[in-house]
Design a protein around this ligand. Sequence first.
Ligand code: BG6
Ligand code: MG
Length: 219
Amino acid sequence: DIKGFVFDLDGVITDTSVFHSQAWHQVADKVGAPWSKELEDGLKGISRMDSLEMILKAGNLSDKYTEDQKVALATEKNTNYLKLVDQMTPANILPGIKAFLDEIKDHGYLLSLASASKNAPKVLQKLQLTDYFPKIVDPKILSKGKPDPEIYLKGAALIDLKPEQCIGVEDAAAGVESINAAGETSIGIGDKQTLKDADIHFENTADMTLANIKKQMTE
Ligand code: BG6
Ligand code: MG
């Protein structure tokens, strides 16, 4: 039986995935790496330094920068990203998410957050959702990022549940892969082709309700 939900943040609870993309696009332009839809999608769910590495690889530029220069580029991206985060309000919560969080809380499900972002606590604060997530996986302690299962396994452990008692909620292919590898039930929200490995799929966050989840689980 499902007893808890492990949530991704960016692109699921709020549309910060657009802000991350915008800030990375600036970095790509700066270093002269080609920007594409594939790269943009591939960056979703991936840690800050791994994202930079993907961008540099796309331009065959990995060897052109020292470690210090790479850290400087990632820091610049984060500074630009945080400028966008600073302007966020609860209006940036994606459609239906607040209602869904209330619905699952009311039904006694446990909740944790499995975001790769070191800025997750700050984003939750801007959205005024901090109280919904007393349990947050700290990405600093991870040895491997998504698609490795580690982050979703930790998300389940934080709420004292077995993976098979949890549903993981994602917008990224790497995230769905991580949930599946952890042995949890996966929900993918967004493009169906990109999220083809998800056990349950919704086109929009507004479609995610307990009734709609149950419908797809019994299909
Ligand atoms: C993920 C986002 O949630 O967090 C990625 O999908 C982002 O786009 C990653 O790069 C790391 O975020 P941060 O805020 O620690 O740079
Ligand atoms: Mg995401």
